[in-house]
Design a protein around this ligand. Structure first.
Ligand SMILES: [Zn+2]
Length: 300
C-alpha cells in the first residue's frame, strides 16, 4: 500500500522517493531494502548512545522492513584523539549498543576516524587499520558480496598521503586492480552498488563560506582518483549507485547514469545538531532486480 502510494506521487511531489535510471517507476517489488548509516561517531558523551539507539529503533521500524544495514564508517567517535583505553571503550560501547538494540545484519566500511595513526605508535598492534578491522571482524579492508541479485562492493578509501602524516581519499594501485577485476568478472546484467567512506564524487565541497575567487578541494574530503574510477565505471554501465558519508552533508550527484549519494551522518554535527542544513539521519534504499532503485534520506 505504502509503496503504491509513494509511486503514485512521483509526478513531482518532493515527499516521494526519487526513482533513477529510466523514467518509469518499477512495477515489481524491490528485491532488497537497505539502510545506509554513516558517520555514527559513537562515544559515551553528548547523548550519543541514546540518540544512536533511537536511530536504530527508527531503522527497524521502517515499513517495509529494512533487511540489511550498510555502515559507511566513522563507527567510533575518533581513534586519533584518544588514549587506548578510551578507544577501547568506544568500540565496546558500539558492540554493546548493537547487541542490545539491533537485530539486523550490518556490513562495514572503514572510516578515517576508525583508524589509528599516532606517529609514536608505529609498529604497535593498534597502529593502522588492523585494530579497526579486528573490531569489525573484517578479513580485508575492501571486499565484495552478492545479495538478492545485486553485487555490493565495499571500498577502502582512506590512505596515508605521500608524506605519510595525514590521509587522503584514494584506492591505491592494488585495490584499483582488484576493483577492475571485480567489475570485469561481474555479469553485465548484475547491478552494482559501491560503498566508500570518502565520496568518490560530491558537490558539497562547493558549499563553503568565505570563498573569494576559488573553491578549495582537499584530498581528504573527496577521492583524489575520481577521474580514474569514473572512467572504470563508464566501461561497466551496471554500476548504478555509490554510497558515501564522511562530509556529514547530504547530497546527490548523477554523472554518466551513476548516482553518487553522500548520505549525511547519523551523528549530524558530531552529536551537536545539524551540520549546516543537514539534520542527523540515514539513507533508505529499495533496490530492484533490473538495477533501478528508490532512495530517501530519513531524519530520525
Ligand atoms: Zn565522520
Amino acid at each position: 500500500m505504502r509503496r503504491r502510494a509513494a509511486l503514485k506521487n512521483l509526478g513531482g511531489l518532493l515527499a516521494a522517493p526519487a526513482v533513477h535510471v529510466g523514467a518509469a517507476a518499477p512495477a515489481e517489488q524491490p528485491v532488497l531494502r537497505i539502510a545506509h548509516l554513516t558517520d555514527i561517531h559513537l562515544k559515551n558523551d553528548l547523548g550519543a548512545p541514546a540518540k544512536f539507539t533511537r536511530c536504530l529503533h527508527h531503522v527497524q521500524q521502517q515499513t517495509p522492513k529494512v533487511q540489511l544495514i550498510m555502515n559507511g564508517g566513522d563507527v567510533v567517535f575518533d581513534m586519533n584523539k584518544e588514549n587506548l583505553g578510551a578507544i577501547d571503550d568506544q568500540w565496546k560501547l558500539m558492540k554493546s549498543v548493537l547487541k542490545a538494540e539491533c537485530s539486523l545484519p550490518m556490513v562495514y566500511c572503514l572510516g578515517n576516524h576508525d583508524i589509528w595513526w599516532h606517529e609514536n605508535t608505529k609498529g604497535q598492534a593498534t597502529y593502522g587499520k588492523q585494530y579497526a578491522m579486528q573490531q569489525l571482524e573484517l578479513a580485508k579492508p575492501y571486499y565484495s558480496f552478492s545479495r538478492s541479485g545485486w553485487k555490493f562492493i565495499v571500498l577502502d578509501s582512506v590512505h596515508l598521503d605521500v608524506d605519510a602524516t595525514w590521509y587522503i581519499g584514494k584506492l591505491g594501485d592494488e585495490q584499483f586492480a582488484w576493483l577492475e577485476n571485480e567489475l570485469r568478472t561481474t555479469p553485465a546484467t548484475t547491478p552494482v552498488l559501491v560503498m566508500s567512506h570518502i565520496p568518490i564524487l560530491t558537490a558539497v565541497l562547493m558549499i563553503q563560506d568565505d570563498v573569494v575567487n576559488r573553491w578549495e578541494m582537499l584530498g581528504g574530503d573527496m577521492h583524489t582518483d575520481t577521474a580514474k574510477i569514473i572512467n572504470l565505471f563508464y566501461k561497466h554501465p551496471n554500476v548504478k549507485l555509490c554510497l558515501s558519508g564522511h562530509l556529514h552533508l547530504r547530497d546527490k550527484v548523477v554523472y554518466n547514469n551513476v548516482t553518487y549519494l553522500c548520505n549525511g551522518a547519523v551523528s549530524g554535527a558530531w552529536w551537536k545538531g545539524n551540520l549546516r542544513e543537514t539534520a542527523p539521519g540515514y539513507g533508505v534504499l529499495d533496490l530492484y532486480a533490473d538495477g533501478r532503485f528508490t532512495e530517501s534520506y530519513v531524519n530520525y
